[in-house]
Write a protein that binds this ligand. Structure first.
Ligand code: ADP
Ligand code: 5GP
Length: 188
């Protein structure tokens, strides 16, 4: 089973993905996307993202290298390489995706029953702001852009297989564990 994680930025997607990677270290691997944005904080090329130029991204589009890509923010492109999925599956691991809501809906459409799409929902927009500000790695201008986008992103929630409300962190982990346990039982 492939898991697709989507949420407005700051809702706790990375936190949820990290929980699964820690709980099942040899079972899952996160698909590393390409992006044209600059690295933030301690981000490393090839670990959080493949940080590439707009020209390189354009070339990759022309070569049909992406299973999906989006201009998530104005002028900033993000895309999932087909070869990334092949690499993880060859290593015998299950793929985790952390993508924007449109990318998530597209991936679910392409992957069908092979994937469970999970929407991570923030308790409120005010809490979303607190989390983005608290993370301390995003400029005030980008925080405003992300919050402005959050309302629209929340409207995609009904298109997802599962919704996890990330209010209390432990409770959110439990909701996620239940989803994973259920889908693993189903496949057995
Ligand atoms: P995303 O990947 O969706 O942008 P992150 O996982 O980076 O979001 O979470 C944004 C910030 O909120 C981080 O600083 C994270 O530690 C914090 N956070 C995540 N979940 C919770 C929670 N349930 N309660 C409080 N803070 C949280
Ligand atoms: P950030 O800049 O905070 O790392 O990511 C911004 C947004 O881009 C997040 O919602 C993230 O999930 C999304 N994103 C990351 N990689 C991809 C991708 O390959 N495709 C799409 N569609 N969105 C992505």
């Amino acid at each position: 089973m492939i898991y697709i994680f989507c949420a407005p930025s700051g809702s706790g997607k990375s936190t949820m993905v990290k929980h699964l990677l820690t709980k099942y270290p040899n079972l899952f691997e996160l698909s590393v996307s390409c992006t044209t944005r600059a690295p933030r904080g301690q981000e490393v090329h090839g670990r959080e993202y493949y940080f590439i130029s707009v020209e390189e991204f354009q070339k990759r589009i022309e070569h049909n290298d992406f299973i999906e890509f989006e201009q998530v923010y104005e002028g900033l492109y993000y895309g999932t390489l087909k070869e990334e999925i092949e690499r993880i599956e060859k290593a015998g691991r299950q793929v985790l995706f952390d993508v924007d809501v449109k990318g998530g809906v597209n991936l679910k459409r392409i992957l069908g029953d092979k994937a469970t799409s999970i929407f991570i929902c923030p308790p409120s927009i005010a809490e979303l702001r607190r989390r983005l500000e608290g993370r301390g790695d995003t400029s005030p201008e980008m925080i405003e852009k992300r919050l402005a986008k959050a309302e629209e992103e929340l409207s995609y929630k009904p298109q997802f297989d599962k919704v996890v409300i990330n209010d209390d962190l432990q409770h959110a982990y439990e909701q996620l564990d239940t989803i994973v346990d259920e889908s693993r039982d189903l496949r057995r």
